[in-house]
Design a protein around this ligand. Structure first.
Ligand SMILES: Cc1ncc(COP(=O)(O)O)c(C=O)c1O
Length: 386
């Protein structure tokens, strides 16, 4: 049976060109960046090249890119290090109610340490209000952390406006761009972003590597203590193969962005139009201000988990809620934040398209999904009582 992968929001396959670029760094060019000999220099040159590709993609300077073990570490570093290094200025951090657990739980940890955290509400499409943000800022506010696009519902925030508000108020601004780097144009200068986190495995790079952009002059130190790697800002022998892969993935993303976005947007809109023909179902998030490959629906009277199982039987890989929380039975905090009742949140389905998905695959989903929904509703006591 042909398998159709519609879970690119969880992770993506490593691009063949990326793998090819990485391979020599496992077996031939395996030097440690800290070594002074030619092997070390070769590795250093490779990560410098990757840093340049990444910096170019977000309009930053190469020295402002710090490699990490992924998005989670980059989020932790940004928030904790701003908090710990700017205590003399204040102890208030503003974030939103729909952040990824990497941000949400870092903020909860800081709350236990005495920091004051404001979790901004979002509207029914998932947008943070800049006016609300302005009202929440106090003299104690040191950091605002708002994600660029949400991993579940795909909503893209007005980052430029948020950045402007932070700049005017002299507050550091961090944004989690794990879902957007390589998919949506990013310019850290235009967006007034001071810190930005990303991860390679969402853009056809390998797992276990990410970066934090830190604007020059930002008061920050290393989260992980040890050697003097990454200019003293992230200890630990560099993951050279991973970084090389990330650099290549960013280079390819930049070359292919326009074509890829058009392809993804067309497929997404076809999918949305087709799925919305099913009775008692709706789209979560905004119709157009959303990630090019993201579609998130709620179906009344059924459980997202059963939907996933039946789709999986037909070869279709999707998710309900976010990948990182599928083992929990709590309704998604993102879906409840946009106003869904717990039972409506449980009936959600996230389909995230990738560059290699085709129209035929979308047609297949549009044929299979209504049949599954009908079958599940026939079995559902909730549907019978409607
Ligand atoms: C918005 C967002 N932030 C952070 C992360 C965590 O990134 P990583 O898997 O590289 O730790 C993810 C992963 O799903 C994500 O979607």
């Amino acid at each position: 049976m042909k398998r159709i992968y519609l879970d690119h929001g969880a992770t993506t396959p490593v691009d063949k060109e990326v793998t090819k670029t990485m391979l020599p760094y496992f077996t031939e060019k395996y030097g440690n960046v800290s070594s002074l000999h030619s092997f070390g220099r070769e590795a250093m040159e490779a990560i410098d090249k990757a840093r340049e590709h990444i910096a170019k993609l977000i309009n930053a300077e190469p020295k402002e890119i710090i490699f990490t073990s992924g998005g989670t570490e980059a989020d932790n570093m940004a928030i904790k290090e701003i908090a710990f290094n700017n205590r003399e200025k204040g102890n208030h951090i503003i974030t939103s109610k729909i952040e990824h657990p990497a941000v949400e739980n870092t903020c909860k940890f800081l709350e236990k340490m005495g920091f004051k955290i404001t979790y901004l509400a979002v509207d029914k499409e998932g947008f943070v209000s800049t006016e609300e943000l302005e009202k929440t800022i106090t003299k104690e506010t040191i950091l605002v952390s708002i994600m660029h696009a949400n991993n579940e519902i795909g909503t893209i925030q007005p980052i430029e406006e948020i950045g402007k508000t932070c700049k005017e108020n002299n507050i550091y601004f961090h944004t989690d761009t794990v879902q957007t780097v390589g998919k949506v144009p990013i310019d850290v200068k235009k967006m007034n972003v001071d810190l930005l986190s990303s991860s390679a495995h969402k853009l056809y790079g390998p797992k276990g590597v990410g970066f934090l952009f830190v604007r020059e002059g930002t008061k920050i130190s290393s989260l992980i203590h040890g050697g003097n790697h990454e200019n003293g800002l992230r200890a630990g022998t560099e993951n050279v193969t991973g970084i090389v892969g990330f650099g290549k993935a960013c280079e390819l993303a930049m070359e292919r962005m326009n074509k890829k976005t058009t392809h993804l947007t067309n497929l997404r809109d076809k999918l949305i139009k087709g799925v919305l023909e099913i009775e008692d179902c709706w789209l979560n998030g905004h119709q157009t201000k959303r990630l090019p490959g993201n579609a998130n629906f709620s179906f009344k009277y059924i459980e997202g988990e059963s939907l996933l199982m039946y789709l999986d039987e037909k070869g279709i890989a999707a998710s309900t809620g976010s990948a990182c929380s599928t083992k929990e039975l709590k309704p998604s905090h993102v879906l409840t934040a946009i106003g869904l009742k717990p039972e409506e949140a449980h009936g959600s389905l996230r389909l995230t398209l990738g560059k290699d998905n085709t129209e035929e695959e979308v047609d297949y989903v549009l044929k299979v999904l209504p049949e599954i929904v009908e079958k599940l509703r026939k079995m559902s006591p909730l549907a019978k009582n409607k």
